[in-house]
Design a protein around this ligand. Structure first.
Ligand SMILES: *Cc1c(COP(=O)(O)O)cnc(C)c1O
Length: 367
């Protein structure tokens, strides 16, 4: 059986360094907001090419606190992709604003810049893009649109560590880039962790307060903050893996290359462009009979995932918040299938998966 992902395999190459990093923190006796967090923040800021990095507890908090820190008028409308992972939308609601959906480009799964104008009202104050599956959104067109209409621009980079557009890292195009280091992400901790990167001094300063009870000086509280700190042990573990992020990305890109070369033509593959450096957090293909194909793969020893089975506007939690018809989101959620692509997989695994899919041609060629 080829697993969709085994985190033991994904972390295997770094196990000894991870263990000694954790043990260094345990023996050091300083467990919250210490030198590991400080060191990770400067190393990650440097990696991304941003002036500041602020560690937080997880990716959802990175988004919520960033939106809060922008201090938009209550009830502002924020444009967001209709097919994003629910966290992006939850963050907008949690920060006291109204998510306004924008349909994606079906070829890239990312928010379609051509659809932004149709979603604008007098209350629109920001765009929150998601670089879904490890592909950068078209930040050239989106950035231009945002500055033309005076909108703040937030990037959900939870799936795009190291992804670039025209050589520029995701997370550096807008006001802030929000990262998750959930264990399965391209840079994954051994538990929950997150961070915000920004070039904006005032925004960075506000985030330092918000993550720690609204306080930068012990027992002095300037804002109504929360407790959302990046853990010292997680920071130490992330420092180990950050040193290997580029090689992990290269591994995923090499596996994607095999998929692009060897997958049968009856599968819809993600679009590629020369100026987009994709990091393949997820390798998402599409097929009209997705569920049948998924079952067939499982019978033939290949586990897959669906990202995601239910679109945000059809979630119970979003009744009363999101309404309307979102046919492209519906289509993506009905047809997307995620094939295994992780650091723990070998090229042999990927060849085997391609072999199984090519064997399925007679069965799935026709829709
Ligand atoms: C994982 C993810 C998040 C949330 O990150 P957590 O660390 O799990 O809170 C937000 N947005 C997207 C697109 C994600 O994939």
């Amino acid at each position: 059986m080829i697993e969709y992902e085994s985190l033991v395999n994904s972390n295997a190459a770094y196990m000894a360094d991870l263990e000694s990093a954790a043990s260094r923190v345990i023996r050091g006796g300083w467990y919250v907001l210490g030198q590991e967090v400080g060191a990770f923040e400067s190393e990650f800021a440097q990696y991304v090419g941003a002036k500041h990095c602020i560690g937080v507890a997880n990716g959802l908090d990175a988004l919520i606190l960033t939106i809060e820190a922008l201090d938009l008028p209550k009830g502002s409308e924020i444009l967001v992709a209709s097919n994003t992972y629910i966290a992006t939308i939850l963050a907008i609601v949690r920060a006291g604003h109204k998510p306004v959906l924008v349909e994606p480009d079906i070829e890239t799964y990312n928010i379609d810049p051509a659809n932004l104008m149709g979603a604008m009202t007098s209350k629109t104050r920001a765009i929150c893009v998601t670089h879904l599956f490890g592909k950068s959104c078209r930040m050239d067109a989106i950035g231009e649109f945002a500055s033309l209409h005076n909108l703040r621009l937030i990037e959900d980079c939870a799936q795009s560590h190291g992804a670039k557009l025209r050589g520029q890292m995701t997370g550096t195009f807008g006001d802030a880039g929000c990262f998750s280091f959930y264990p399965t992400k391209n840079l994954g901790a051994i538990g929950d962790a997150g961070a915000v990167v920004t070039n904006d001094d005032a925004l960075a300063d506000r985030l330092l307060y918000l993550r720690n009870y609204g306080s930068k000086q012990k027992y002095v509280n300037n804002y109504v903050g929360v407790n959302s700190r990046l853990d010292e042990i997680q920071a130490a573990l992330l420092r180990v893996k950050l040193r290997h992020l580029d090689e992990m990305t290269q591994h995923k890109r090499a596996m994607a290359e095999i998929y692009f070369r060897d997958l049968p033509s009856w599968l819809n593959l993600p679009r590629r462009r020369d100026d987009e450096y994709d990091v393949f957090h997820i390798f998402g293909v599409r097929h009209a009979r997705r569920d049948e194909l998924r079952a067939w793969l499982l019978e033939n020893g290949v586990k897959t995932e669906v990202h995601y089975p239910i679109p945000p506007h059809k979630q119970k939690a979003m009744q009363g918040t999101l309404s309307g018809d979102w046919p492209i989101a519906d289509e993506l959620h009905a047809t997307e299938l995620s094939l295994p692509i992780s650091v723990g997989h070998t090229e042999i695994d990927i060849h085997a998966i391609c072999g199984v899919l090519n064997k399925a041609t007679l069965r799935f060629l026709q829709v």
